[in-house]
Design a protein around this ligand. Sequence first.
Ligand code: GLU
Length: 288
Amino acid sequence: MPRPAFRFAPSPNGLLHLGHARSVLLNEALARECGGRLLLRIEDIDRERCRPEFEAALVEDLAWLGLDWERPVRRQSEHFADYESALARLDALGLVYPSFESRGDIRRAVAARPGWPSDPDGAPQFPFPREAMSEDARARRVAAGEPYALRLDMSQAVALTGPLGWQEVEAAGGTAHHIAAEPLAWGDVILARKGVPTAYHLAVVVDDALQGISHVVRGADLKAATSVHRVLQALLGLPAPRYTHHSLLLDGEGRKLSKSIGSQSLAALRAQGVTPDEVRRRALEGLR
Ligand code: GLU
């Protein structure tokens, strides 16, 4: 049996906050419990928002917390060829198509259809059926240089995979229980865009497999995405890790901590003289 492997997979698009500390510390604790490995993966496919200085800052934060991880660190921007070949396999199954509708087009289409379903992240499901445009017309628009997003034909994908699920292990430990995947709730998710050979769902699945990750430990905000990840794993013939989706830390107003609302960073806490032990305590307090 290979050693269990865990990973922390931050995006370097801002400074780490206590919520990230919760994730990485839980990964560390669970890895330690079973003699597992701890890996770091830099999820920097979004070249506009990710910056080397944020990567340097997060490495500094993790070291300050007293964490250690295996080298080399996997940086997604250096592995686009891996995502391209996964995408080519999905394409060979006839499951990928280019779409040309802008966010505005989607908004308008959905506004005209009250009750149109949203995906688990709250965005409208893609409202334009694949059959509405011929393959030829799509190919012509790609060849003409139009911007596009490559989407997964989810209903065809699910018809191929059949029902799926995963083993969910509670953050506090205990036995795993089975969760049924509900990928149709996502509709035709984006797998890649013109000029960028992968989006989050595809990269995360390819990398978890390539890095031999046996246990994915991450925030509950990504639990619903696991349904998409299971579909991609099944289509690509990749093993399914076990999953733990831990409770999120909330701010004083009950919102989840996030870079975008300017939640206090670990660097700011450090500058205020908060010790690594205190950060560990605060990050893990009330964990479920
Ligand atoms: N890169 C993602 C984030 O920072 C985490 C991905 C994952 O753990 O699967 O939210």
